[in-house]
Design a protein around this ligand. Sequence first.
Ligand code: PXG
Length: 399
Amino acid sequence: MKSEDFMKLDDTYAAHTYHPIEVVIERAEGAWVYDVDGNKYLDFLSAYSAVNQGHCHPRILAAAEAQMRRVTLTSRAFYNDQMGPFLKQLCELTGYEMAVPMNTGAEAVETALKIARKWGYQMKGVPDNQAEIIVCEGNFAGRTISIISFSSEEQYKEEFGPLTPGFKMVPYGDADALAEAITPNTVAFLVEPIQGEGGVNVPPAGYLKRAAEICAAHNVLFMADEIQTGLGRTGALLCSDHDGVRPDVVTLGKALSGGFYPVSAVLADRRVLGLFRPGDHGSTFGGNPLGSAVARAALDVLVDEGLVDRSREMGAYFMGRLRRIESDHIKEVRGKGLLIGVEMASLARPYCDELRDAGILCKDTHATVVRFAPPLVISKDEIDWAMERIEPILSNGHQ
Ligand code: PXG
């Protein structure tokens, strides 16, 4: 079958919740992906930052294969020999005392919202059912009913009501607005250190630090959604590290499994996560031995291959080259590490389609932004290969 045949199948049998770039991928390795028609591409999306370690990393593959032969799922009705070592490794790497293992990013965010409310009622004395959580305009945290309830995108919410109450929205990057929105019932502030899906929005310098200080002063949990920005993507282990901020609660997902399997987690200290009691929360697959073994290998790769430093170095090189493109079509190049957005003067999608034809896979976000987020294993030579193709498409003289 050719690409068109597969796309037709999707069109017929898959609900139309996406508008994919027209390429049908059949295999991938490192930063490269291959389509069913025999074309190869450099991946500049990394499954929205889930394959930071590169596609089909052999070490993660070996761990997955070995674990699949031993035991894959026990449920949390029993202990298994993978989850504890995984969470110890994750807590030691990030400097937190405890974690809740989940599967998707949205589940991790839901878990964070639940523990924030519980903490508010138990530790802050907020009256029953009055807890408020402050979020930012332009946020993206997943697709569950509660998460879309605090989205600023009308389409995400339209015809999906009734929505979950208890959220307040403030402009992103405005610490004064956060301070003004806090009431005695505010339990948490949920923020992405860089808004990924919102258009690779980098907040003003000092914003996260001030926001964290404001939260601390008002006994409000500072919760960083690092599902897209975490695990090296921005050139620091957590994007919050750039600002010297230690969030009270962190959500991780995506690259926690190197793209092999959905693994997410919520991290916090015992004073917060210690409030969960048996029966309060759970998931059939969360913390399962296969996911845990995969995540252990994914974290090993991140550390052993120095991918955080590599992201910072390659990101600086790549962003420098993008910024030197002379073009009236480009309004701004922004980002950190290998999470880069190029704001175009017009719709980004036609550029993404042309880039695909040239062998570069990326996806528009927020209408006018081309997002470049390759696997962190990408080499300088591969970036040079890409720039030879990106530059003519984004530069002046190109229609
Ligand atoms: N938080 C952030 C910051 C994210 O970028 C999520 C939470 C949710 O993760 P899950 O695993 O539930 O998708 C994300 C996800 C998409 C899509 O098509 C998702 C993301 C980015 C772009 C597209 O659902 N990020």
